[in-house]
Design a protein around this ligand. Sequence first.
Ligand SMILES: NC(=O)c1ccc[n+]([C@@H]2O[C@H](COP(=O)([O-])OP(=O)(O)OC[C@H]3O[C@@H](n4cnc5c(N)ncnc54)[C@H](OP(=O)(O)O)[C@@H]3O)[C@@H](O)[C@H]2O)c1
Length: 340
Amino acid sequence: MTDMTGKARLIERNGVLGPTIERPIPQPRAGELLLKIHATSLNFHDLVGIDGGIRGLPVPRVPCSDASATVLTVGDGITKFAVGDAVIPNFFLNWKSGPVARDVMSPVLGDQVDGALQTHLCLKAASVVRAPAGLNHDEIATLGCAALTAWRSVVVEAQVQPGQTVVLQGTGGVSLAALAFAKMLGARVILTSSSDEKLARAKQLGADVLINYRATPDWPAAVMAATGGEGAHLVVEVGGGETLAHAIKATRLGGHISVIGVLSGYQAASFPLAMVMSKNLTVRGITVGSAANLDAMCRAIELNGYRPVIDQVFDLDHAHEAVAAMKQQKHFGKIVIRIA
Ligand SMILES: NC(=O)c1ccc[n+]([C@@H]2O[C@H](COP(=O)([O-])OP(=O)(O)OC[C@H]3O[C@@H](n4cnc5c(N)ncnc54)[C@H](OP(=O)(O)O)[C@@H]3O)[C@@H](O)[C@H]2O)c1
């Protein structure tokens, strides 16, 4: 590799991640930063994108939205960042702050534009925030999508209070970040998993009540039993089709459900409409968050000493193995790909 070329892996066609190739390093225009990418982490969204499950995306393209990066070159007109600053790009490159709006939903890094599975990337300064101090690059690379989604659910939308109860499903990236944020706020966490071994690890991370959703398919009854018959203030719903009805049953009067994931499918097996109404539930769809949300989360992480849970680390040349490992769903926390 010469000084003028970087490395990248591209989706060559749907379902096929090509080998590592050399590419010219781009130069930043006015208002842009040239970033050196140190690491990315995989999200379910990346897997769907690589497999061609998101309509209308360009191919070939570089996938992945999460990144830990440092600033290599500062374009004209930027005063907020300097060479050497550690930064994180926001998932939605144009969503600076405020409520969701049509014009902030695109582009997504790694979808409509080349993403973070490469050594160098130019982005607008407004699309990145300062990374939290005290974390290494692997850890920083886990924050942009899964952790920000968890933050927006627990802190921004549901506004969980000390002593309230939060239900988390499984032990993937979203749920373990939500566990950390719920505990920061002094909440009680009920966590479900398919694995007793993973439940034991979640207990070490602070989960208060543990339910194996395979051994206890009626886990809403277990949530009711653990909350004196009241139910949870918030269910962070990542299961999708098979779990939404259960989430509605497990939530208390006036509670929140954050509809985030579709791990068991996009179609709800049933939707207890009368229960949503009679319990006065807020059922809130969430897609990641704004750069302002990301910045607030990073500052809170700095102050609270949160260290993300990393399951495995791969290098760029083995990124396809990282994708295969994520598909196996044996992981606990995040799968990271080191770029440089
Ligand atoms: N809306 C958004 O903005 C947004 C952002 C990030 C992620 N998501 C979505 O949220 C979901 C989770 O993402 P992630 O990154 O945390 O995924 P992940 O790291 O792959 O975690 C998946 C975990 O969820 C658990 N799980 C799988 N099927 C389940 C089911 N039927 N019921 C309950 N738990 C189940 C499993 O935990 P155990 O092995 O412990 O059972 C699995 O390890 C995905 O659908 C993803 O697309 C959405």
